[in-house]
Design a protein around this ligand. Structure first.
Ligand code: ZN
Ligand code: ZN
Length: 302
């Protein structure tokens, strides 16, 4: 009998050949656990540059055939996954009919498509080049956007619950998002229901040449929410990841550094992180994104 994952080699190499970095998830679709060193590494640990084969989930994704082969050997019962976002040049629209998701051909034009193991679809579109958050698609129940900071399970992985495989059902080119879809993908997230409906207009206005971010305030809010909604044990690393995401927004010129640091600090405190850990996460996140962080914006600490 052949090794269960040996059948992943060809599709993994094919995906890598299209420029899509691939990695391996555990058999339950959860990321593989980090090695002890990476587990204990502080928030300044550069997950993107980390040399470990399978640590840090999608950060381990690669197009290197040798690393791919080694990963498939290291996690023999795993699932094949593709990192989305700018790293892959992909924005994937993830439609889950079990949660009300519907294929709307008026905005979701035909493109490379995967039928998921749970009865849904992944529509692969070209990444527009400016930051695209992974989040629920605005105003669309059961539809998620998998883009920067995200990943999708890839064919021919078998869904751990349904035991059905992910299958490529339209093996055509990855097309650009039509303008209507791009507009929805970039639309600011609606305020959470528990917030007052009529807050004063946000002072952070869209910046000319802001890399296409239509509302940096909304993007920021979406990022910050990840900190307080993360499991308690994951908040420190989530804060670091969010700091990187916010640094990328700052890099587009759509958000100023002082506001970014203040908002991250507030969110970190709301999630009961120490000021020391918050400063370390922000400093590390900005440094790892190559975004300058003047010392006086973070209380002189580094
Ligand atoms: Zn490691
Ligand atoms: Zn590491």
């Amino acid at each position: 009998m052949t090794h269960p994952t040996s059948r992943y080699h060809r599709p993994a190499r094919a995906a890598a050949g299209r420029g899509w970095p691939v990695f391996v998830l555990g058999r339950t679709k959860r990321p593989v656990a980090n090695c002890p060193q990476c587990h204990d590494a502080g928030p300044g640990h550069d997950r993107e540059a980390c040399g470990c084969l399978t640590c840090h989930g999608f950060y381990a994704a690669t197009t290197d055939p040798h690393r791919i082969a080694a990963m498939l050997s290291a996690v023999p019962a795993g699932l094949l996954a593709i990192r989305t976002g700018a790293a892959a040049g992909l924005v994937v629209v993830d439609i889950d009919p079990q949660h009300g998701g519907q294929l709307d051909r008026s905005v979701m034009v035909p493109t490379y498509t995967v039928a998921t193991g749970s009865g849904g679809w992944h529509l692969y579109y070209a990444h527009p080049g400016h930051p695209v958050l992974s989040r629920p698609m605005p105003d669309r129940a059961g539809v998620d956007i998998k883009a920067d900071g995200g990943y999708v399970v890839a064919p021919p992985s078998v869904h751990p619950v349904t035991r059905r495989p992910y299958r490529t059902v339209h093996d055509g080119p990855v097309v650009e998002m039509p303008p209507r879809l791009a507009a929805i993908v970039d639309r600011p997230t609606a305020p959470a229901p528990h917030r007052p409906a009529h807050r004063p207009t946000t002072p952070t206005t869209p910046h000319a040449g802001g890399g296409g971010i239509s509302s940096p305030a909304a993007l920021l809010a979406t990022n910050l929410r990840r900190i307080t909604t993360a499991p308690v044990g994951r908040r420190r690393t989530t804060l670091y990841g969010v700091a990187r995401g916010v640094a990328r927004i700052v890099a587009t010129g759509a958000l100023d550094t002082t506001t970014a640091v203040a908002e991250l600090t507030d969110a970190g405190r709301a999630a009961e992180q120490t000021d020391r850990d918050i400063r370390a996460a922000i400093t590390g996140g900005f440094r790892d994104e190559g975004v300058p962080l003047p010392a006086d914006t973070i209380g002189g600490a580094a």
